[in-house]
Design a protein around this ligand. Structure first.
Ligand code: FDA
Length: 308
């Protein structure tokens, strides 16, 4: 149960300083993050697209404290949209956005995040692609889903994310499984209290399957965000059961995780989208990747102790 401890420790400034400065950190970050610059991310996009994989790009930036940072993050996404428009990849390259990067947690954050995300969603549409709103900790879920509903009035292709560890998510799936609605189902990566979320991994997995059934049986477009071989196999089975063709749902995995499985699913004729994070603010993302896999954490701590 080191994961939750690590997620809590990740909020400490002193731990952030130690981890960020340790020489052993960089090579591990490079496994999960495509690079610090927009150009680095576009190199990863070209490489993955050439191998038949689609992508969604995340400009890293979260937990900001100033409105100016929210504007900087918005502008980084506008630059990204311009690069995608130039590359002419259409929906083969979409964008994932964390509303906290756009100011959701600041005073008046709901309206601020909405105001900042609108130009990004407009720019995505002009570039022939779309945006998916990542889901962060449970305190943001109502605001994020309300912003999603607002955006979908003009841009119905805007994607949602739901997390199977939350008790509420089966209901959210029912509400979202409607015509044209793109929904990414994930297990959830934040430290959540027992009054809102399953704490036992088996319960999270069972909830994932229940939610997947709702999405696959519904009228929306399910995006199966998981590296778990059982969830992948169950998604394939449910797609067969509900008569979904290969272009009527997709798999999604994170950059640097189970690349061989990503290629295998493409070879089987599935749509497979890789989530590519890039940018300098990689700390929170990196700590969540360590927390969700004990082997990553053990490797990192060993390296830190011997070489850090
Ligand atoms: P699980 O954690 O059970 O892992 C199954 C197997 O996958 C492991 O045994 C291992 O082989 C491999 N694996 C998983 N994580 C690994 C890692 N870090 N390193 C190496 N191998 C690993 N969460 C969230 O709260 N909000 C969000 O918006 C998103 N967005 C998102 C997009 C996409 C495309 C994906 C794939 C995931 C997310 N997530 C997320 C993260 C998600 O909630 C979850 O934490 C991870 O996907 C890990 O859960 P799995 O379903 O992969 O299963």
């Amino acid at each position: 149960m080191l994961g939750p401890v690590l997620l809590a420790a990740a909020r400490s400034d002193s731990i952030r300083r130690i981890v960020s400065a340790a020489p052993v950190t960089r090579p591990m970050v490079d496994r999960f993050v495509a690079g610090e610059r927009l150009d680095d991310s576009m190199t990863a996009v070209r490489d993955l697209n050439a191998r038949g994989l689609e992508v969604t790009l995340d400009h890293l930036g979260e937990d900001i404290t100033e409105r100016t940072e929210a504007l900087r993050n918005r502008d980084a996404y506008l630059d990204l949209a311009a690069a995608l428009a130039g590359a002419g990849l259409g929906v083969r390259a979409e964008m994932s956005v964390k509303l906290s990067a756009f100011g959701q947690a600041l005073a008046g954050g709901h309206d601020l995040a909405l105001a900042n995300v609108i130009p990004v969603v407009e720019a995505a549409a002009e570039a022939g692609t779309t945006v998916t709103l990542d889901m962060e900790d449970h305190t943001t879920a109502d605001s994020t889903l309300a912003i999603l509903a607002e955006l979908r009035k003009r841009f119905p292709q805007t994607g949602a994310v739901v997390q199977s560890y939350l008790f509420r998510t089966e209901d959210d799936c029912r509400a979202l499984a409607v015509e044209g609605s793109r929904v990414r189902l994930v297990k959830g990566a934040y430290k959540e209290p027992a009054d809102v979320a399953f704490q036992d991994k088996r319960e999270v997995d069972k909830s994932y399957v229940r939610c997947l059934k709702i999405l696959m049986a519904g009228d929306g477009y399910p995006m199966v965000g998981s590296h778990d071989p059982r969830m992948v196999a169950i998604a394939q089975e449910l797609a067969r059961r509900y008569g979904r063709k290969a272009d009527e749902f997709e798999f999604q995995m994170l950059y640097g995780i189970r690349a061989a499985e990503q290629a295998r699913l493409v070879a089987e004729g599935h749509r497979m989208r890789v989530y590519i994070p890039y940018g300098t603010d990689w700390y929170g993302y990196f700590m969540r990747r360590l927390a969700e896999r004990p082997a990553n954490l053990a490797f990192f701590l060993r390296a830190l102790a011997t070489r850090g």
